[in-house]
Write a protein that binds this ligand. Sequence first.
Ligand code: 0O2
Length: 202
Amino acid sequence: MNWDVILAPYSQAVEELKVKLKGIRAQFEHESRHSPIEFITGRVKPVPSILEKAESRQILLDRVEQELQDIAGVRVVCQFVDDIYTIVNMIKSRNDLKIVEEKDYVSRKKESGYRSYHMIIEYPVETIHGVKMIVAEIQIRTLAMNFWATNEHSLNYKYKGSIPSNIKSRLQRASEAAFKLDEEMSIIKNEVQEAQRIFHRK
Ligand code: 0O2
């Protein structure tokens, strides 16, 4: 399999989506309004991770593009929980992509303690052979959720998916603490935003 050729349109989709989402942030900033986007990252799943996920889910290699929905992944990180839903609604109202599936792990966390809003989309990419429909995953989460997920992801990697139970329960508590932090910040959101507006004016 020529992975460079297969993954090229995925890479293009990630780059285009990043540009478009950064455009939303820039527009809010130009209008001196609170941007629901703090930062954006994106990646194409590395080939060894694609192969590993395919093997663990018993997906045949020629079905990988149809079965794996996160080969192209974009992550939108927000300050506040409300911002997540602002972004979700903005993405839903766009004409340049189609929503295929939504997974709200914000209001219903995963067993691990993971919180994030996932949108699976279909996005058309212009290639030299015509339009190719790319399935991509957009993850939307707060800074606190991102902090937790990044640390848990590293531990999962370190322990090859079998995190010791004492660390697992620490992670559960950390997840609750991150959620509490988001709740507390939401309550003083207006105060924080006002302070940030004054700061930006200076
Ligand atoms: P990567 O690229 O290393 O992040 P499902 O069958 O619905 O339970 P599925 O199909 O994998 O799971 O889709 P889902 O739930 O949308 O998860 C896809 C991605 O979400 C993962 O990619 C992670 O990025 C993130 N994610 C999901 N669950 C967790 C979790 O418990 N902890 C952390 N840290 N991230 C999670 P990959 O495949 O892990 O790869």
